[in-house]
Write a protein that binds this ligand. Structure first.
Ligand code: RTP
Ligand code: MG
Length: 156
């Protein structure tokens, strides 16, 4: 239910290659938290696409490992809507490093489904501006051919 003073936001939730087989459990966790899933797409990113998506990290020491990991198999991108969805989804994700997540936030997605500091199960946009950029990356408003996205997944 929409509480007074709550802020409806959209964010990008992405299941990374190591956790795609856990799709069902992750969707369950997303819906149990009260989010609505409004779009979903499975894609295998090219190196150029992964480098574009994570361009903010291009100068980091872990960039090449990150790109190798993110192009190692398909990913699932989802548009998720809810109260303060950007921060709230990142809270459900837990700490970036899954080993840290298992000690600090054992119920989190990264604790439950991730492996280490690189293979960490899922991604969440880190700001409203990032969410807008990342949603446009996977779900361009220019549309394209085929049926329009109007279906949603939600728990009443
Ligand atoms: P994400 O963007 O994927 O949601 O993760 P995040 O905000 O929690 O962490 P960020 O600093 O943006 O890092 C992006 C992804 O790069 C990999 N990484 N590896 N080995 C390392 O030191 C290291 N640090 C980050 C992880 O896959 C991380 O999620
Ligand atoms: Mg990040």
């Amino acid at each position: 239910a929409r509480r007074l003073g709550s802020k409806k936001e959209k964010t990008l939730a992405m299941i990374k290659p190591d956790a795609v087989t856990k799709l069902g459990s992750i969707i369950e966790a997303i819906l149990d938290t009260g989010f609505t899933i409004t779009k979903a797409k499975m894609v295998k990113l090219s190196r150029a696409e992964a480098m574009d998506f994570y361009s903010e990290h291009q100068s980091k020491s872990f960039f090449n490992d990150l790109i190798n990991f993110m192009t190692s198999g398909p990913i699932i991108a989802m548009e998720v809507i809810g109260d303060e969805a950007v921060a709230s989804w990142r809270k459900l994700l837990g700490p970036t490093n899954s080993t840290v997540a298992r000690s600090d936030s054992p119920e989190s997605i990264r604790a439950r489904f991730g492996t280490d500091g690189t293979k960490n199960a899922a991604h969440g946009s880190d700001s409203i501006a990032s969410a807008a950029r990342e949603l446009e990356f996977f779900f361009p408003s220019s549309g394209g051919r085929g049926p329009k996205n109007t279906a949603t997944f939600t728990k009443s």
